[in-house]
Design a protein around this ligand. Sequence first.
Ligand code: SAM
Length: 276
Amino acid sequence: MATPVGNLQDITLRALDVLKSVQLIAAEDTRTSRHLLEHYGIPTPLTSLHEHNEAGAAQRIVEALGRGQAVALISDAGTPAISDPGAMLVRRVRAAGFPVVPVPGPSALAAAVSVAGLEPGTFLFLGFLPAQPAARRRRLEQVRALPFAVVLYEAPHRLRECIDDLAELLGGERELVIARELTKLFESVHVCMLGEAGDWIDADPNRRRGEFVLVIGPPPPCADPALDEAQRVLTLLLAEVPLKQAVRLCADITGVKRNLLYRQALALKSAQDDAP
Ligand code: SAM
């Protein structure tokens, strides 16, 4: 279940009810979560579940469920299992035959996207990029040409080098929204072009402090001439032959990868279907 990403008032009435009524709360860091529970006067006992003990903790939680207890899972901030532990627990609990119920609420991801002004509101969420520079650059190369906005979490000490890699590999002309310290005292949302972001950050040391979500707008329509040509060919083929055949022929003609074309074909098809 979701807990605040900063401002303690960002918690739902239902989340408070659930935290009060369960017999046990599994928390990523029990000290952090105790602060939240004390703020709301909730005495429910805590047990720890973090990335290094998730398998053992999941086993104990399944046993507790077997004894008829109700258990809530929370992370340090936001929604569990989004760049946070929880997915393994969800799977083990479900495999053991118990229901898993979402209690939705804050997530830094949703908060940042909600102020990014993305049109048409679709994006690819990558969580944290790999810390190792070569792996990070490989990941960015994988998504470079995809026609989607990209949303990332980034740690403050890696922000500057991350921005450099983003500008180099995705192109300085893509829009960047730097959402920092959302819902907290020093909240800021800065919009610039990727190519300008390094200088903007360097101009004030405070701009690299805190927690960050980066939202990179989709590539401009003409960013990759090969993809533009593929889209033109694909559109013509889709009017004549079934989708799979159109993708195969288009890949043969243009050399663009089939999986990329397949996604594009689905998007074109649904745009055609939606057309009045
Ligand atoms: N599961 C959480 C969620 O749903 O938001 C995210 C957990 S992830 C370990 C923590 C990262 O989320 C931070 O490093 C930062 O990138 C982002 N984040 C969390 N709180 C934030 C905030 N208040 N403002 C901006 N980014 C935040």
